[in-house]
Design a protein around this ligand. Structure first.
Ligand code: 3HC
Ligand code: NAI
Length: 697
């Protein structure tokens, strides 16, 4: 008998138990085992079959690692049809996450029972495909078209009680899946319940599918799979019979399986799970974390404190004065109120956090017993060093000393204290209690267990943590500075900020770079430019001043109502600010630049190639361990469209030689900016991809 599907007879019931950890994915052995189990039950004269999963879950879906490889029989759709066609009564008992192909197997059974904590869903669109084993045909038949479209186009996980109401489940009961399953099958047999193949149910009632398709396409910002899923569900209503609908589903599924979006999304799935797996941290135990100190309760400090409080940690927040501390508490309270509003926190927990787990302080002695202290004070090396000197003096032995700096040299900060091994960068993104990315910046002397503690904290806070090395801007902001400069160069040469924003949102970014600047505050970029000019820019670098002029007139973006765009109260987004183009045109005239036209395609290409080239330098310099670390950073911190998988995956999909060719071509007009990354040149020479590097490291 199969290793992964157990077979046992309990009276007249054949019990098929899946044992394929960690998530009972429906790989070829599982499919073979299920088929063999059904056939054996029929041969041995069982009256009914019960299917359930051992371990933490029922089948969580097809085995994604098989995608893109030659398929092996039995295929999942045929297996589902075979289960459904069995003359025996077939029942599934669900627990954990019955997702994708898992739910499709359950839907091909004649009855479904689940324990209350079960979640069901068809999340295939998030992997760039659609359900391919009858899910788009069976779900509308049991739940109706509207409910099926909601589940399939969003991929959301539905809890058992709601699934029961929708008709996806027949019964929900406490217990373990095997026991509740066996009892349910007994009841069904005693009641002489008939087989109930979903394929024999009436065709679902159609809706206006063209309208649904348009709405879903728009919402997907260029992602195709949810919209294609609408067409597959449409086939369940409009095809001559079940088999014809299924054939249409298969056709659409195969189309998407061959698409770049599928490759990008699957890359993203595995990359986000690989980021925290670092060979140097294998077997290293993190230090215990119960109480943390946050120094500075401005935008970032308040967000970091909120995130820690929501994760159950105690927080001591230190500010410069009692007034500043109370202002910080107000910010935290507002963040927590938002969590209550979104149903993530009860009012009782909210009150408990503010009364019992948050302590305000102005005296460093309050930080004596924290396990980790993180500073989020002004971005100024001298201020940071003063704070670290105080932390060094008061924090207990073994406390982790962290900085949230965006750009400053963490080696220099570590060098200023007596315990450099305890110092680490924990670079959160704003708003820190919402954004999922955490860059864990490991400095030259950071101890391995301190790095491990950073990752443990990230996990506790529900963040996606990426290891970065020390340099100006670490992984994300260093790459951002380069592609942002590329956009500014295009503006000087003839493109408008508005065309650039539109081209990039069409490409799939949540926002274009100029709209992002307005959101972050134009004063931040202004201060950074002034700092760099004071430090001395390389004479070959192209600088621009039109944005400074915007700031000089008091326009800092959304917070002042005007920046690149004009923002009106109560309206989402802004309209182009008419004062911007004259400023740009004046600067072009002053510099003697004759503006040229850029196509949207060229804008996207230059922006992306600049991003990839800098990213390749970041990997080549060892700041990011692997290309996938860059991909995850851009996906979670910078609104990069997930269906491209990240900039490195995008580059692989374009072909690295074409990327390098463009850099070489553009370097003829701007050789300082367009210097090819040595790693890119090496990979092209060796005919390898970024993904090859991911696999090797
Ligand atoms: N195939 C292969 N491996 C899978 C997998 C799958 N469907 N789902 C999870 N895994 C692996 C993960 O890569 C991870 O491996 P690792 O330990 O080596 O990193 C391990 O299982 C555990 O996964 P998580 O770390 O994600 O565990 P969680 O407990 O946080 O989450 C989960 C569990 C909710 C099941 C989550 O893994 C998940 O969402 N999985 C994907 C579910 C899915 O998309 N299913 C549909 C697949 S497509 C399909 O079925 C097509 C069909 O219609 C034909
Ligand atoms: P902010 O100006 O909003 O807050 C700084 C806070 O620190 C103020 O409340 C101030 O009173 C307090 N502070 C200053 N010196 C102090 C001291 N010696 N002791 C105690 N408190 C002191 O600044 P923001 O935006 O929160 O940034 C803080 C740090 O986080 C900076 O290093 C910044 O580069 C970094 N960062 C900022 C991000 C952002 O988007 N704003 C994103 C990621 C990092």
């Amino acid at each position: 008998m199969s290793q992964v599907i157990g077979y046992e007879k309990v009276g007249d019931i054949a019990v098929l138990s899946a044992n394929n950890p960690p998530v009972n994915a429906l790989g070829v052995d599982v499919r073979r085992g299920l088929l063999a189990g059904i056939e054996r039950a029929e041969t041995e004269g069982a009256l009914a079959v019960l299917i359930y999963g051992e371990g933490r879950t029922y089948f969580a879906g097809a085995d994604i690692r098989e995608f893109g490889k030659p398929p092996q029989e039995p295929w999942l759709p045929a297996l589902c049809d075979r289960i459904e066609a069995s003359p025996l009564l077939v029942v599934s008992a669900l627990h954990g996450t019955a997702l994708g192909g898992g739910l499709e197997v359950a839907l091909s059974c004649h009855y479904r029972i689940a324990i209350p904590s079960t979640k069901v869903g068809l999340p295939e669109v998030n992997l760039g495909i659609i359900p391919g084993a009858g899910g788009t045909q069976r779900l509308p038949r049991v739940a109706g078209v509207e409910a099926a479209l909601d589940m399939i186009t969003t991929g959301r996980h539905v809890r058992a009680p709601e699934a029961l109401e929708m008709g996806v489940l027949d019964k929900v009961q406490d217990g373990n899946p095997r026991d509740i399953g066996l009892a349910y099958v007994q009841d069904l047999l005693e009641a002489n319940a008939p087989r109930r193949p979903v394929c024999e149910m009436a065709r679902p009632v159609a809706i206006d599918f063209d309208a649904a398709y348009d709405a879903v396409l728009k919402k997907g910002r260029g992602q195709l799979s949810p919209a294609i899923a609408v067409r597959a569900v449409q086939a369940s209503c409009e095809s001559a019979d079940f088999a014809a609908g299924q054939a249409r589903e298969r056709e659409l599924f195969m189309e998407l399986m061959a698409s770049d979006q599928r490759k990008g999304l699957i890359h993203a799935f595995f990359a986000e799970r690989a980021v925290s797996k670092l060979p140097e941290l294998q077997g290293i135990s993190p230090r215990d974390l119960h109480k943390i100190g946050v120094i500075g309760g401005g935008t970032m400090g308040a967000g970091i404190a909120t995130s820690a409080l929501l994760a159950g940690l105690a927080v001591v927040l230190l500010e410069m004065s009692p007034e500043a501390a109370h202002a910080a508490k107000d910010r935290i309270a507002a963040n927590l109120a938002g969590a209550v509003k979104r149903g993530k926190l009860s009012t009782v927990e909210h009150d408990d956090i503010l009364q019992n787990r948050l302590t305000l302080a102005t005296d460093y002695d309050a930080l004596g017993d924290v396990d980790l202290a993180i500073e989020a004070v002004f971005e100024d090396m001298e201020v940071k060093k003063q704070v670290f000197a105080r932390l060094d003096a008061v924090c207990k032995n073994g406390a982790v000393l962290a900085t949230n700096t965006s750009y400053l040299d963490i080696n220099e900060i570590a060098g200023s204290v007596r315990r450099p091994g305890d110092v680490i960068g924990l670079h959160f993104f704003s708003p820190a209690h919402v954004m999922k990315l955490l860059e864990i910046v490991v400095a030259d002397q950071t101890a391995p267990e301190v790095a491990a503690t950073g990752f443990a904290l990230g996990k506790r806070l529900g963040k996606v943590s990426v290891r970065a090395g020390v340099c100006d801007g670490f992984i994300g902001n260093r790459i951002l500075n380069t592609y942002r400069s590329c956009a500014d160069h295009m503006v000087l040469d003839g493109a408008s900020p508005f065309q650039i924003d539109t081209a990039l949102t069409e490409f799939g970014f949540a926002m274009g770079p100029y709209a992002v600047s307005d959101l972050a505050g134009l004063d931040i970029g202004w201060a950074a430019r002034k700092r760099k000019r004071t430090a001395g820019l390389d004479p070959r670098a192209r600088d621009s001043f039109y944005a400074d002029k915007l700031c000089e007139t008091g326009h800092f973006g959304q917070k002042t109502g005007k920046g690149y765009y004009v923002y009106e109260m109560g309206k989402r987004g802004g309209t182009p600010n008419p004062e911007v183009m004259p400023l740009i045109e004046a600067e072009r005239a002053e510099r003697g630049i004759s503006p040229r036209t850029f196509t949207d395609k060229e804008i996207v290409r230059r922006y992306m190639v600049a991003m990839v080239n800098e990213a390749a330098k970041v990997v080549g310099d060892g700041i990011a361990r692997r290309p996938l670390d860059v991909d995850v950073t851009l996906l979670y911190g910078y609104g990069f469209p997930r269906y491209w998988g990240g900039p490195m995956k995008w580059a692989d999909l374009q072909g690295l030689p074409t990327v390098l060719d463009d850099i070489r071509k553009w370097s003829e007009e701007a050789s300082f900016f367009w210097q090819p990354a040595p790693l890119l040149e090496q990979l092209v020479a060796e005919n390898r991809s970024f993904d090859d590097l991911n696999r090797e490291t």
